[in-house]
Design a protein around this ligand. Structure first.
Ligand SMILES: *Cc1c(COP(=O)(O)O)cnc(C)c1O
Length: 390
């Protein structure tokens, strides 16, 4: 870890790595290089055999642009180390193949790709996976007794912003010798650092808040050396390495992560409060609202309440669709965490594949709209919502 780990989060986003550029550049530039030369075979073997750290081959992650990124990612989550990946799904796949082979239980709603991987693909490899919803937590004990060794969840979840108690989950899982991995994409390390509450591994779709500009696809995993060490070979041979140019772009994004996320939080809070008062909105799902069911838990484990919120429009599916289509500043697009505001209607996008009954079972109504609040002037965003709701 760097000196930076003693510093505040904003400092760590900027000075979170120990590497120095050979030419004095204040940041590590793009080493768009596939291989690195050595002065001698002795020097080469020192790196290959792990006696010295150093650049070697980019697919292995042994590239200065990737080193600097990973050290910063680790520093932001307060982790011993981090690995970068070419996507969030690549990070999750490597996680499950390394630590989920004795069974994975996924709690609550999760990203569609994650659910597909767990429900349909890992079982093809003989890996037992279990998907349980938030109101079926009593099933978790039996699965842990049965020997499931990895508990995985998102908090807050998409799109209902349901929260899980990270400390309570880890206490329970650890009592059975199981690990806990949290997908921290929605919160970002600015708002929530699961390792502080006992979680073992954190994964991110860095495509979202960490990247923050809807211009890169990447993933990250943070945790202890003991747990991340064996992930390295999976990443290497799955070939799921981040490209150096993307690593450099992501490092640039991390320098502004704290200011960006604080503004996302403030704007989402203001919009959530405005929507609570709006006659055409029947419900607002946002952890920062005092009457939100999980508000107390949010205050306990989150440092900020995030830039994602969901509203339920008065009326039916078509009424919500009309609002989504009439929004001008909120672009109709999946994904989240960028500078520009986005809107999705879960029943037409993220949860389109589910039957209406399955959506209802998850508390997802057809008149819901999920908002990713961007960095535009918040009064413009509220005005846009008001004109569309009208
Ligand atoms: C987008 C997303 C993923 C997948 O990430 P990619 O970078 O698109 O592979 C995983 N989890 C969550 C919560 C996401 O929002």
């Amino acid at each position: 870890m760097t000196e930076g780990s003693k510093h505040g989060l904003a400092t760590r986003g900027i000075h979170g790595y120990s590497l120095k550029d050979a030419h004095g550049s204040p940041h590590i530039p793009v080493y768009d290089t596939t291989t690195f030369a050595f002065a001698s075979t002795t020097d080469l073997l020192d790196v290959v055999d792990g006696r010295k750290s150093g650049s070697f081959y980019t697919r292995y992650g042994l590239n200065p642009s990737i080193f600097a990124l990973e050290e910063t990612l680790a520093s932001l989550e307060g982790a011993e180390m981090a690995w970068a990946f070419c996507s969030g799904m690549a990070a999750e796949t490597a996680l499950f193949l390394t630590h989920g082979r004795e069974g994975v239980v996924c709690i609550g709603d999760a990203y569609g790709g994650t659910l597909e991987l767990l429900a349909k693909q890992l079982p093809l490899l003989g890996i037992k996976t279990h998907l349980i919803l938030g109101d079926e937590l009593e099933r978790l004990d039996a699965l842990l007794v049965d020997g499931v060794k990895l508990v995985f969840f998102e908090t807050p979840t998409n799109p209902t912003l349901a929260l899980f108690d990270i400390r309570a989950m880890t206490t329970k899982a650890h009592a059975h010798g199981a690990l806990v991995a949290v997908d921290n994409t929605f919160a970002s390390p600015v708002n929530q650092r699961p390792l502080e509450f006992g979680a073992d591994v954190v994964v991110h779709s860095a495509t979202k808040y960490l990247g923050g500009h809807s211009d890169l696809t990447a993933g990250a995993m943070m945790g202890s050396k003991a747990l991340l060490g064996p992930v390295w070979t999976w990443r290497k041979n799955l070939g799921s390495m981040i490209a150096p140019v993307t690593a450099s772009l992501l490092s640039r994004s991390l320098r502004t992560l704290v200011v960006r996320v604080r503004q996302h939080n403030a704007a989402a809070q203001q919009i959530a409060e405005a929507m609570t008062r709006h006659p055409k909105v029947s419900r607002v799902f946002y952890p920062g609202l005092a009457d939100f069911p999980a508000h107390a838990l949010a205050k306990k484990q989150m440092h900020g309440f995030g830039g994602m919120l969901t509203i339920e429009v008065v009326g039916r599916r078509d009424d919500a669709t009309r609002v989504a289509d009439r929004l001008k500043l909120f672009a109709l697009a999946p994904s989240l965490g960028g500078t520009e505001s986005l809107v999705t209607q879960p029943c037409t996008t993220t949860h389109h594949e589910l039957t209406p009954a399955e959506r209802a079972r998850r508390g997802i109504s057809d008149s819901m709209l999920r908002l990713s609040v961007g960095l535009e002037a918040v009064e413009d965003l509220i005005a846009d919502l008001e004109q569309a709701l009208r």
